[in-house]
Design a binder for this molecule. Structure first.
Ligand SMILES: C[S@@+](CC[C@H](N)C(=O)[O-])C[C@H]1O[C@@H](n2cnc3c(N)ncnc32)[C@H](O)[C@@H]1O
Length: 227
C-alpha cells in the first residue's frame, strides 16, 4: 500500500518536472531576441561601478579561475569603466600588459583618469571599431569579453579578429547574463549560451572550460583557438 503510494507520488513529481521543463523551453523559444543590443551608454557608468557588484560579479574568483600570471598580456575588450581592467592590471603586475579596448572614446577617457589617479602604468588604451578590436597580432595570453558579446554586431567576424590577436596557447573568456538572472539587461538582448558556443565554433574556437559554480547570474565560458 505504502509502496503503491510512493510510486504514485514519484510519477506525479516526474510529470510536474517534465511539464515545467516543457513550459520553460517553450517560453524561451518564444522570446524575441534583439541583436545587437544598443551600446551601453557612458551615462550608465555608475551601474558598472556599483558598490554591490563585487558580491555577484566575484571578480577575484573569476580571475583566479582564469589562472592569470605575472608578466602576461591580457585584453579587456569592451572595458567600459575599467571595472575589470584595474583588477587585471594588478594580476599581471609591472612586467605584464593590459589592453583596455572599447569603441566609445568616453569610456576610454574615464579609464584614463582612473589610471592616472591610481598611478597604474601597465594598461594601454585601445580605441577599436565595431568590426575590429585593433589589437596587435599574436600578442595575447587571454582576451576577456565581460557583458560585451551581446553588443557586437558581427560576432563571428569580430571573434575571428580576436583569434588573430591571441598567441597559439591563448584563451578567450566570454561572460554574459543568463536568461534566468534576476538582474542584468532586458531578456530580449541576452544570448542563450548554446548560441554563443555555436558562433565561437564557427569562428574557429573550441569550448575548453565552462565555469558553472562561480557566478550566480552569468555564464562563464572559456574558449581555445583551433589551429
Ligand atoms: C555593458 S558594457 C560592459 C563593460 C565592462 N566589460 C564591465 O562589465 O564592466 C559593454 C561595453 O562594451 C563596449 N563595446 C561594445 N561593442 C564593442 C566592440 N565591438 N568592441 C569593443 N568594445 C565594445 C561598449 O562600448 C561598452 O563599454
Amino acid at each position: 500500500m505504502i509502496n503503491q503510494f510512493t510510486k504514485s507520488v514519484k510519477t506525479i513529481l516526474v510529470f510536474i518536472a517534465v511539464l515545467c521543463l516543457c513550459v520553460s523551453t517553450y517560453a524561451k523559444e518564444d522570446i524575441k531576441r534583439e541583436r545587437p543590443s544598443k551600446l551601453f551608454s557612458p551615462s550608465k557608468i555608475p551601474l558598472l561601478e556599483d558598490t554591490g557588484r563585487d558580491a555577484w560579479q566575484k571578480p577575484e574568483e573569476t580571475l583566479n579561475a582564469l589562472n592569470i600570471k605575472k608578466g602576461q598580456t591580457v585584453a579587456d575588450i569592451g572595458a567600459g569603466s575599467g571595472y575589470l581592467t584595474v583588477k587585471l592590471s594588478e594580476r599581471v603586475g609591472a612586467t605584464g600588459t593590459i589592453y583596455a579596448a572599447d569603441i566609445q572614446q568616453e569610456m576610454l577617457d574615464y579609464i584614463s583618469k582612473r589610471l592616472v589617479e591610481k598611478g597604474i602604468k601597465n594598461v594601454s588604451l585601445v580605441l577599436g571599431t565595431m568590426d575590429d578590436p585593433n589589437l596587435p597580432p599574436n600578442s595575447l595570453d587571454l582576451a576577456i569579453l565581460l557583458s560585451t558579446y551581446h553588443e557586437i554586431a558581427q560576432p563571428v567576424d569580430f571573434v575571428k579578429k580576436i583569434k588573430l590577436a591571441l598567441k597559439p596557447q591563448g584563451k578567450l573568456a566570454i561572460l554574459e547574463f543568463s536568461d534566468e538572472s534576476p538582474i542584468g539587461p532586458p531578456i530580449q538582448v541576452r544570448l542563450p549560451e548554446d548560441l554563443v558556443i555555436n558562433e565561437l565554433k564557427q569562428a574557429g574556437f573550441t569550448l575548453s572550460q565552462r565555469h558553472t559554480f562561480i557566478l550566480p547570474y552569468q555564464y562563464f565560458l572559456v574558449f581555445s583557438p583551433l589551429n
